[in-house]
Design a protein around this ligand. Structure first.
Ligand SMILES: [Zn+2]
Length: 305
């Protein structure tokens, strides 16, 4: 019998976590970030690929997967990019009344952690994740957290997280040039843990308020101003994150494209760069081969997360 979302509380809890994480542009930008909740030893609800966090509801925007299989697959060696992605899609199970959806491409690492996982591209965590000094400082601020060096999203990142993951207990992962994952036994606990990490960084580093992101047909006035300050070539040649690689090409910087997401990603990027400079830290840009990885992904499904 397929899973019936009306007979289970988990879809409501998932939607609550998704809204909390997805309605703040300082935590998620564009299609970035995802949440999941495990229902027992084998089944997990996870945000669907191509859906924005804020659009997840109890009635849709998520997939049900067998995470036990995904966990076992990662433990025995996840395999190559496409193979691993196809394996994850093949673990999707039917949900009554919900359109079949592909699980998020980041489902792999959700499978490895505690019951509720909140993964965001928090600008506060990313000041630590995207600077040369950040992870050493982060270890002092969060002695129990894990700090993962940059890995391209997919099987490599899953294997790196698997080495440090625990299936129980609260856990915080800082993912270099990428984001933050907070895992906890319950939804409220996971949201509180996520909030506590962000607040600790904001206060600890005395960070300025996050600028508002207003909808705009082209580049927002704020982003146009920051782009003029850094220079278009500098932004095209120095890539801090997968989001920048995927969303901020020459057309986007010229004000053409999916501007809602572009303006969110750019505002986050400039905030992180501005803060790294103000702190006298050194930005840790992706290397040439790390950036080249995204050229093959641009037309693919990574942009839907
Ligand atoms: Zn991510």
């Amino acid at each position: 019998m397929p899973f019936d979302p009306e007979l289970d509380n988990a879809p409501r809890l998932l939607a609550r976590a998704a809204r909390a994480a997805g309605s703040r542009p300082d935590l998620t930008q564009g299609g970035g970030g995802n949440v999941s909740i495990k229902l027992g030893a084998e089944r997990m609800l996870v945000k669907a690929s191509g859906v924005q966090l804020k659009d997840v509801t109890p009635a849709g925007g998520y997939a049900l997967v067998n995470y036990g299989n995904i966990r076992r697959r990662i433990a025995s060696g996840p395999g190559g990019e496409n193979e691993f992605s196809e394996f994850i899609c093949a673990q999707a199970l039917p949900v009554k009344g919900v359109k079949p959806a592909r699980p998020s491409v980041e489902t792999g690492f959700h499978a490895l952690l505690n019951t509720v996982v909140i993964h965001t591209h928090s600008v506060y965590a990313n000041i630590l994740n995207m600077s040369a000094e950040g992870h050493a400082l982060g270890r002092e601020m969060f002695p129990g957290a894990e700090f993962i060096p940059y890995k391209s999203p997919g099987p490599q990142l899953c294997s790196a997280i698997n080495d440090r993951a625990r299936a129980s207990g609260p856990q915080v992962f800082f993912l270099a040039n990428h984001g933050l994952a907070a895992a906890h036994a319950g939804t409220e606990g996971a949201l509180e843990l996520n909030e506590r990490v962000n607040e600790t960084i904001r206060r600890g580093l005395s960070l300025p308020p996050y600028p508002g992101v207003k909808p705009s047909a082209g580049l927002s006035a704020h982003n146009a101003g920051r782009l003029a300050h850094y220079g278009e070539n500098f932004i095209l040649e120095n890539i801090l994150s997968p989001d920048q690689a995927l969303y901020c090409g020459p057309a986007a910087l010229g004000g053409r494209g999916e501007m809602g997401a572009v303006n969110e990603v750019l505002t986050a990027l400039f905030y992180i760069l501005d803060c790294i400079r103000a702190l006298n830290f050194t930005p840790r840009f992706l290397t040439g081969p790390e950036v080249a990885y995204f050229d093959t992904m641009k037309s693919g499904r990574y942009s839907g997360r």
